[in-house]
Every structure is written in structure tokens, then in C-alpha cells.
Design a protein. Structure first.
Length: 265
């Protein structure tokens, strides 16, 4: 168990851009793509606001898997959904999934926030982590299964952009610790940058799926905000695990919102 004591930061610090290599580093950090870029977390964090665009890159790969399995191989939708979701969490290196399970373990603990964060940072995975993973996984899997084959690529593309918007929203409304990698991404975000990212992704969502795409982005944004509030209630501060969890939860929320929109609009 990590016995490092929690030291809160008094306020967010906003780093200045240093070099464009931070974007390549963030791509390497977010995926399993073999990009040989040597950069620091601080340099990557400067481009936190750009993360949803990297989500779009991830979405192209995920959406392609969905398109191939449904429209070319003509696999049953259940099989396609299983392959798509498995590819999505594998392609992102299981990083965000790990955060989701760690957050689940922390939420299950009774005690003060120091104890909850200690358990969240523990290497062990408990019932809380497995349960939260199952809840989010079954919602995500079922939602992918419900996507019409003709729209599978576009919905999956937006869902990955939305997942990163959820992460940005969580970072913006969270209070960071002074230790851990999560603090750099949280410190790098503020409301103006969140608005810039929302405008960019909202435009992309509209051109790709009209209002359905916009609703997906906004739904994930709200999901990230709720994760931040939940983290503040239980942990007082946010960590990298919380940010990772917000990515997985945001994707699930975006998919549900888009399925509802496609059904009734």
C-alpha cells in the first residue's frame, strides 16, 4: 500500500507551452502506438486541452474496427461490440481502465479521504473495482451493440472524442494533489480552455452526426463534471486514477446519449 501522505495544492498553476513534441508525447501516453518521443509529463500536460483531438485519432482506429466487423465481415452485432470494446481498452494501453477499477476500490472503502486514496493507490484490485468495471463495461458494450451498422464508424469516433472531453471536464473541476502525475493535467486545465475544447469538439460532432454528435459531447462533459464532484465528496482531491475513470465513464455516457438521440430525433 502506498503510505505517501496527501499534500494538497493551494491553487492551480497554468504552465506555458514549450514544444510541440508534447502532443506527440501525449499521443504515446494515450495509446500503444510506437512513437519514440522522449518528453516529460509537464510538457505533455501543456496540451491537455488538445486531448479530445487525440481522442479523435483513437476514434478513427476504434471506428474502423467497428466498420470492418459489422459492414465487411458481417459479424453479429454482439460479437462486433465485444471486439470493438476490447480493442478500445487495449489500444489505449488499459491506462484508463486501471483508473476506473482503482476508483471503484476507493469508493468502497469506509473511512477518511486519506484511507480511500491509499486504497485507490494500492496494487490490489477488490470487489469495488471489479464491480465498477462491470457496470461501465456492460453499459458500454450494450450501447455499442445498439449502434446502427451504417453509423458505427461515426458514433465510435465521437464517443472517443467525448471520452477525452469527459476527462478534461473532470480535470477542470477537480482539486489536485501535490503528488502523482494527475496533478499536471489538472493544473493545466481551466474553464476558458475547456470552452475552447468544447467549441472545437462540438463543431466536429455537429459535422459528423449533427445534433446527435453535439449531444454526445455535452453528455460526456456533464459526466466528467459528475465524476469530479463524486471524487471531491469521497476523496477530496483528484488523482490520475480519477481522470482515467472519467474517460471510461464519459465514453459510456456519450454512447447512451447518442443512442437516445438516434432513437428519438
Amino acid at each position: 500500500m502506498n503510505d505517501e501522505k496527501i499534500v494538497p495544492t493551494d491553487s492551480k498553476k497554468h504552465p506555458s507551452p514549450k514544444n510541440i513534441g508534447g502532443i506527440a508525447g501525449l499521443i504515446s501516453f494515450s495509446t500503444i502506438l510506437p512513437i519514440n518521443i522522449h518528453t516529460s509529463i509537464e510538457e505533455m500536460a501543456v496540451f491537455t486541452w488538445f486531448w479530445p483531438i487525440i481522442g479523435g485519432l483513437i476514434g478513427i482506429f476504434v471506428g474502423t474496427v467497428g466498420f470492418i466487423t459489422l459492414n465487411i465481415l458481417h459479424l453479429p452485432s454482439l460479437v462486433s461490440a465485444a471486439l470493438v470494446y476490447s480493442f478500445a481498452i487495449w489500444f489505449t494501453g488499459f491506462h484508463h481502465l486501471d483508473g476506473l477499477m482503482d476508483m471503484g476500490d476507493g469508493l468502497m472503502v469506509h473511512g477518511d479521504y486519506q484511507k480511500k486514496i491509499d486504497v485507490m493507490r494500492d496494487m490490489m484490485v477488490g470487489t469495488g473495482g471489479i464491480s465498477l468495471f462491470f457496470i461501465i463495461a456492460i453499459i458500454t458494450f450494450s450501447s455499442i451493440n445498439a449502434i446502427p451498422a451504417v453509423l458505427i464508424f461515426w458514433v465510435l469516433l465521437i464517443s472517443e472524442i467525448a471520452a477525452k472531453m469527459s476527462l478534461l471536464s473532470c480535470a477542470t473541476f477537480s482539486t489536485p494533489l501535490s503528488n502523482g502525475t494527475g496533478k499536471h493535467f489538472i493544473n493545466a486545465m481551466n474553464i476558458p480552455l475547456l470552452i475552447v475544447s468544447l467549441i472545437i469538439t462540438g463543431i466536429i460532432g455537429f459535422f459528423v452526426l449533427n445534433l446527435t454528435g453535439v449531444f454526445g459531447i455535452i453528455g460526456a462533459l456533464f459526466g466528467g463534471y459528475l465524476v469530479a464532484k463524486l471524487a471531491k465528496k469521497h476523496f477530496k482531491y483528484a488523482t490520475g486514477d480519477i481522470l482515467g475513470a472519467s474517460n471510461e465513464i464519459g465514453r459510456a455516457v456519450a454512447l447512451i446519449v447518442m443512442i437516445i438521440s438516434l432513437t428519438y430525433l
